[in-house]
Design a protein around this ligand. Structure first.
Ligand code: FAD
Length: 198
C-alpha cells in the first residue's frame, strides 16, 4: 500500500494502513481510494466534482488535500466508518454532492482527513410528509431531485421547496451550511422546511 500524499496530523503510516485495512473489510463499503500523487488531482467539472481537493484553490492545489476518499452505501456503513475512524483517531470530512464551488467544495479543511463521499450512493428520498411539510432525505438528494419527486407525485400545489440558486447541490449540505432560498420562509436555518402554499 502506498503512503498518501497527505497523512492526517500526528498519524503514522502504519496506523493509517491499519485503519484502511479495517475499513476495506467492512461489508458494503467500497474500497477506499488513497490519494498518493498530485497527478491524481483532477479538477473535474460542475457535474463531476473532485472529492480529493478544492478545484478552485487559492493556495496550492494540494493544500486542502484528502488522504483518502470513501463512499459508504448505507447508514450502518457510515456508523462503522465513524467507529473505526474514532478507534484510530483519523479525522473525517463528510461531503454530500461537493458542489459548493468557490467555497472549497468537498475539500477537507484539515489536510489529510479522510473524505466521506455521502452523496455518491446515498441518494434516496425516504419520506415526504405533506401535512408536516418536511422531507427525510439521504445526503445525495439534490434540490432538483426533490422538485422532480413533487412533480411526479403531483404535490406541487401542496408543497414548495425553498431552493437556493444551486439546484444541483444537496438539501443536506445546504441545510448544515444554513443556506437561504427564495421563499418567504427562506431563512438561513430551514432548508428542508418547505413552504406550504396558500
Ligand atoms: C453558483 C452557486 C450558487 C449558490 N447559491 C446559493 C443560494 O442562493 N443560497 C444558498 O443558501 N446557497 C447557495 N450556494 C451554496 C450551495 O447551494 C450549497 O452550499 C450547496 O447546496 C451545498 O450542497 P453540496 O452537496 O454541494 O455541499 P458540499 O459541497 O458537499 O458540502 C458543503 C459543506 O457542508 C458540509 N457537509 C455536506 N454534507 C454534509 C453532511 N451530510 N454531513 C455533514 N456535513 C456535510 C461539507 O463538509 C462542506 O463543508 C450556491 C453555490 C454555488 C456554487
Amino acid at each position: 500500500m502506498t503512503v498518501p500524499l497527505a497523512l492526517p496530523p500526528n498519524i503514522e503510516p502504519k496506523t493509517f494502513f491499519e485503519f484502511v485495512n479495517e475499513v476495506t473489510a467492512l461489508v458494503e463499503i467500497e474500497n477506499i481510494r488513497i490519494v498518493t500523487s498530485t497527478d491524481e488531482l483532477d479538477d473535474g467539472s460542475y457535474l463531476n466534482q473532485p472529492r480529493t481537493h478544492d478545484p478552485h484553490h487559492i493556495l496550492d492545489k494540494d493544500y486542502f488535500l484528502a488522504s483518502a476518499v470513501v463512499c459508504p452505501r448505507s447508514v450502518p456503513d457510515v456508523q462503522a466508518l465513524v467507529v473505526t475512524a474514532n478507534k484510530y483517531k483519523i479525522p473525517l470530512w463528510p461531503t454530500s454532492i461537493g458542489r459548493n464551488s468557490g467555497y472549497g467544495g468537498a475539500a477537507p479543511r484539515l489536510r489529510g482527513s479522510v473524505v466521506i463521499d455521502l452523496g455518491k450512493h446515498m441518494r434516496r428520498i425516504l419520506d415526504v410528509n405533506v401535512e408536516g411539510a418536511y422531507a427525510v432525505v439521504e445526503p445525495g438528494v439534490t434540490f432538483s431531485d426533490l422538485h422532480e419527486y413533487l412533480v411526479e407525485h403531483n404535490l406541487r400545489d401542496r408543497l414548495w421547496i425553498d431552493v437556493p440558486d444551486l439546484g444541483g447541490g444537496s438539501v443536506l449540505g445546504n441545510t448544515v451550511e444554513r443556506g437561504v432560498g427564495y421563499t418567504p420562509y427562506g431563512g438561513g436555518w430551514a432548508r428542508i422546511n418547505w413552504c406550504k402554499q396558500q
